[in-house]
Design a protein around this ligand. Structure first.
Ligand SMILES: [Zn+2]
Length: 292
């Protein structure tokens, strides 16, 4: 499937937001867990708990692809349209932006500085607060560390400084996804609708009775069955999470291709795309972490 640029970048931002919010929680837990004496000064060399390297890499890859696609459209992918790995995207950024001689960082000036100076009058932030600072060297080092940790051959772990360099990317207007991931109104609404749909499906099952449910399941026909010629985009029935029969008609999949979007032809339960993405994200994270 070929996605248009805006759509891909929204997905990247969303995925980055969810992964980055998890990394932010890792920082908080580490700080909360430490003795009080260590909380007063932020020690950036503190190592994160192992097991988050995959999530870190995913967050970084998506953030860099979104930033490069927004700043230099087309440079995020090779000639065949495959998106570059994070290491290559960092090279693109380093080649495009001269380093700040004082800090060694690649800085994209805040594109909304004019508008912001008016908002911020009440509580002025330091000049350049919203500039996007990309620490190419540190993020490249983070990829080395997490790669070794993931392959079980490294001794070091991701440090707080690596996570902070990742979270700093959220200032880019193509992202700005961290806050959104934490108070995602669409998600709560979708979860609410999902719960209501499951409730209605259970009421229907009660109303018509087990016998009738079984009869319907036995004679159910899949309106979107796969057929190599007539319906190549079709899907076989999947198990319905409410009635338990293999009668869930799949119309599409979540963004990781793990969870079906559609409706059960027996109990009428509907799973929408937002809930499917959320469940798919959970499964995907479990997979990244190597849980089974
Ligand atoms: Zn069902």
């Amino acid at each position: 499937m070929q996605l248009d640029g805006d759509h891909s970048n929204r997905q990247r931002a969303r995925y980055f937001g969810q992964c980055a919010a998890m990394m932010q929680n890792v920082l908080r837990q580490d700080i909360d867990a430490g003795p009080l004496s260590e909380v007063t000064s932020v020690d950036l060399s503190v190592e994160t708990e192992p097991g988050h390297e995959g999530i870190f890499d995913q967050a970084l890859s998506n953030a860099l692809a979104a930033i490069v696609a927004a700043e230099w459209p087309g440079e995020e992918a090779d000639s065949r349209g495959r998106v570059h790995f994070a290491r290559k995207l960092l090279k693109v950024i380093r080649d495009k932006i001269p380093r700040d001689p004082a800090t060694g960082l690649c800085v994209i000036p805040d594109p909304h500085a004019d508008i912001r100076s008016r908002w911020d009058l009440g509580a002025p932030l330091p000049d350049g607060f919203w500039d996007i600072r990309i620490d190419v060297d540190l993020l490249t080092h983070a990829l080395d560390v997490s790669g070794l940790a993931r392959h079980g051959s490294g001794t070091g772990r991701l440090q707080h400084r690596h996570v902070q360099a990742l979270l700093a990317l959220d200032h880019h207007p193509a992202l700005g996804a961290l806050g959104e991931a934490k108070s995602d109104h669409d998600l709560w609404q979708a979860l609410d609708e999902d719960a209501r749909s499951a409730d209605q499906a259970r009421s229907l099952i009660e109303l018509i009775g087990d016998e009738e449910v079984r009869r319907r399941a036995a004679s159910a026909e899949n309106p979107n069955a796969y057929h190599p010629e007539h319906n190549p985009d079709g899907h076989t029935f999947e198990q319905c999470p409410v009635c338990g029969y293999e009668t869930f008609c799949v119309e599409g999949r979540d963004m990781w291709g793990r969870v079906g979007i559609g409706q059960c032809v027996v109990c009428s339960y509907v799973r929408g795309s937002v809930v499917a993405d959320q469940e798919g994200f959970g499964e995907h994270v479990a997979w990244l972490r190597g849980d089974d």
